[in-house]
Design a protein. Structure first.
Length: 454
């Protein structure tokens, strides 16, 4: 059956995409854990096959539901209304519909019943990405590669600090050291994207944050890897995303740190960071035109309502369309003076609300496929009562990633955190089925990412 709406906002549930086909016992358990009832759309459900089963979900006829999600008051808005859901001709309430589900956990595509699900290779062709599609495999365990990625992160942060300082002083500089460190980061990401992704969770220490720039660059490279970009293209995309906000150094720090709602004139000043970025990078050596094009266009929007030129659809360079998604997602999953960060699952919902308007639908869908139902770094609650951090994705079974356990079933801190690979660990110590019950908000149970990543 097709779940059209919940009895609460989608961002309070573990489901990344709004509306999905209920297929597995895990889907049922997750619904029972977070909802008292759900809204079923009979027109999109297969109600003809109804064998006897043990799982049941009660629903009410679908009605129009409107909701509003606001992330902030002036910078990134998350406001949307769910589509109107009209009762079907079947009319009356159907009680206690039972289905017999398969025991296998579904992938993202099957869980959400996406009829147009594409392979990454098909997406590469559909998006008319440059170069031939490259298929990558993990060649290094996440635990091993994380140490390497951490060293590279430090080197890149140092190179970025030195280069940005000289750019701010209007010196003509070479960005070769930044390029070298970026290539090292991309190499690590190719070996194991989850290791680099964990570094995106590091807390920011300053207003114009290098960690934000680096985490956005890492995410861009991870997404590019998923889309099959070759290594040269990955380096270009990662470098451009790293440099997106260099122009913010020329903005008043008081404006960047302002907590209150920004005024219209202040918003115009903030928008000028794009112009500042392009001008600063033109003065630097070794910055090619493709990087400048991405930096200049990353605030353009698919519906033509972006800036600075109001470009629309495919008028926007495809790598800039990718960078726009990365910049938005990474911004709202990091702390800002004017708002707290949101969970990866919430951020995915916010992106999905904007597909077709601000962002290209196909790219949004592929980004969600890339990150998974529970993106790396997500804080999750297991059915055992344990709390952990997702440290590695399972490409075939997205609901069963590898999780680092940091709180026991009584929510007490685990002295020596250990990992559970849900692909292989099917039951807990009591013999009960083990699965992710729900995603948690950042900081739940006093958990700090830095305590486990540094």
């Amino acid at each position: 059956m097709f779940v059209a709406e919940l009895d609460r906002p989608w961002e309070e549930s573990p489901f990344a995409i709004q509306g999905f086909l209920l297929e597995t016992p895990e889907d049922v358990e997750q619904l029972k854990a977070c909802c008292d009832y759900v809204y079923i759309d009979p027109a999109r459900s297969d109600l003809s096959v109804r064998p006897a089963g043990q799982q049941s979900v009660q629903y009410k006829p679908a009605t129009e539901i409107t909701r509003s999600q606001v992330v902030s008051d002036g910078r990134e808005h998350c406001a949307s209304a769910a589509p109107s859901l009209t009762p079907t001709s079947q009319g009356s309430t159907l009680q206690d519909i039972q289905h017999q589900f398969t025991s296998q956990a579904s992938s993202v595509s099957s869980q959400h019943g996406s009829p147009g699900t594409r392979s990454a290779r098909e997406a590469h062709q559909l998006l008319e990405l440059p170069g031939e599609f490259v298929e990558y495999e993990k060649t290094s365990p996440v635990e091993q590669e994380f140490q390497t990625a951490q060293e590279i992160h430090g080197q890149l942060s140092q190179a970025l600090n030195q280069t940005f300082s000289r750019l701010k002083a209007n010196e003509r500089v070479s960005i070769e050291s930044v390029k070298v460190s970026t290539r090292s980061m991309v190499g690590s990401m190719i070996r194991n994207p989850d290791a680099a992704h964990l570094l995106c969770q590091l807390k920011e220490k300053d207003t114009f944050s290098y960690s934000h720039s680096i985490s956005a660059s890492i995410l861009a490279a991870i997404f590019g890897r998923h889309l099959g970009l070759n290594e040269h293209e990955l380096n270009t995309l990662a470098l451009a995303t790293l440099l997106l906000d260099v122009g913010k150094m020329n903005l008043p720090s008081a404006l960047l740190q302002k907590v209150e709602k920004i005024t219209r004139p202040e918003a115009q000043v903030l928008r000028r960071h794009v112009e500042h970025s392009v001008n600063m990078l033109r003065q630097a050596e070794d910055v090619d035109l493709e990087v400048l094009s991405i930096v200049e266009s990353h605030h353009e929007r698919y519906d033509g309502r972006g800036y600075p030129k109001g470009l629309k659809g495919t008028e926007i360079p495809v790598f800039a369309r990718i960078a726009a998604i990365i910049d938005f997602y990474d911004a709202i999953t990091h702390e800002r003076p004017y708002r707290k960060k949101v969970s990866p699952c919430y951020a995915i919902n916010a992106l999905y609300d904007r597909k077709g308007s601000q962002f290209q639908p196909e790219l949004v869908e592929e980004f969600i496929q890339c990150l998974g139902v529970y993106p790396t770094g997500s804080l999750v609650l297991l059915s055992s009562g344990e709390v952990g951090i997702v440290i590695e994705q399972n490409a075939l079974r997205r609901l069963r990633p590898k999780v680092l356990i940091v709180r026991d079933r009584n929510k007490k801190e685990v002295r020596e955190p250990f990992s559970r690979d849900l692909e292989f660990e099917k039951t807990d110590e009591d013999g009960e089925r083990l699965f992710i019950l729900t995603a948690l908000e950042p900081g739940a149970y006093g958990i700090s990412d830095d305590d486990y990543y540094l």
